[in-house]
Design a protein around this ligand. Structure first.
Ligand code: HEC
Length: 171
């Protein structure tokens, strides 16, 4: 064997040894978890995490739309249409994220207990919001300026945020 071939061979052996050592330690780390299954977040806590994440992304994408509505930014149809489409999609992700057992109160959730005791009204607000975001996406796809139609559709969505928060979200 040449020196280079020898060096390559020993590197290969070293690599294989590392792999074995690596997987051995992975198994070792796995064992205790199997012995005592780690208690992951409960379904209620997962639902809370999902709705918070969805709202955060909704807010992030609605922001430029709100700025146009307030006259703080120019209307860029490509951007606004894309944002509106995302908000409409993201609002659908809220479906099923307010199960009764997720009424845990602060600090786990800022959803007020009334959202669960008035679940039918809360669901209705959520459905209206989803419908309004869909309308906004359709309008923004057509409107090349911050027209009255765009403003009305964006306002309906913005009022939905405020209306629901005033009633069902802790400050
Ligand atoms: C149907 C009711 C409803 C509508 C409509 C609604 N929200 Fe909310 N929002 C809530 C509730 C309830 C919470 C509290 C969630 C929790 O902590 O469990 C919340 C939480 C949030 C949060 C905090 C998320 C976090 O990281 O904790 C943001 C931001 C937010 N909403 C933005 C918006 C925006 C922007 C809109 C409109 C485009 C909107 N929401 C529409 C009910 C609503």
């Amino acid at each position: 064997m040449t020196r280079v071939a020898k060096a390559v061979t020993s590197l290969k052996i070293l690599g294989a040894a590392c792999l074995v050592a690596g997987s051995a330690s992975v198994f070792a780390a796995d064992e205790p978890a199997k012995a005592a299954p780690a208690a992951g977040p409960s379904p209620a806590k997962q639902a809370i995490a999902v709705r918070k994440a969805a709202f955060l992304l909704i807010a992030n994408n609605f922001k430029p739309i709100g700025e146009v509505l307030q006259g703080k930014a120019p209307y860029n149809q490509a951007d606004i249409a894309k944002r509106a489409q995302r908000v409409a999609f993201l609002s659908e992700l809220l479906d099923g994220t307010f199960p009764a057992d997720s009424n845990l109160g602060t600090p786990d959730t800022k959803t007020k207990a009334e959202a669960f005791t008035n679940a039918a009204e809360f669901e209705k607000l959520l459905k209206e919001f989803q419908a309004n975001t869909k309308t906004l996406a359709q309008v923004a796809a057509k409107e090349s300026s911050a027209s009255d139609a765009f403003k009305a559709a964006a306002k309906a969505v913005a009022e939905g945020c405020k209306g629901c928060h005033d009633k069902y979200k802790e400050k």
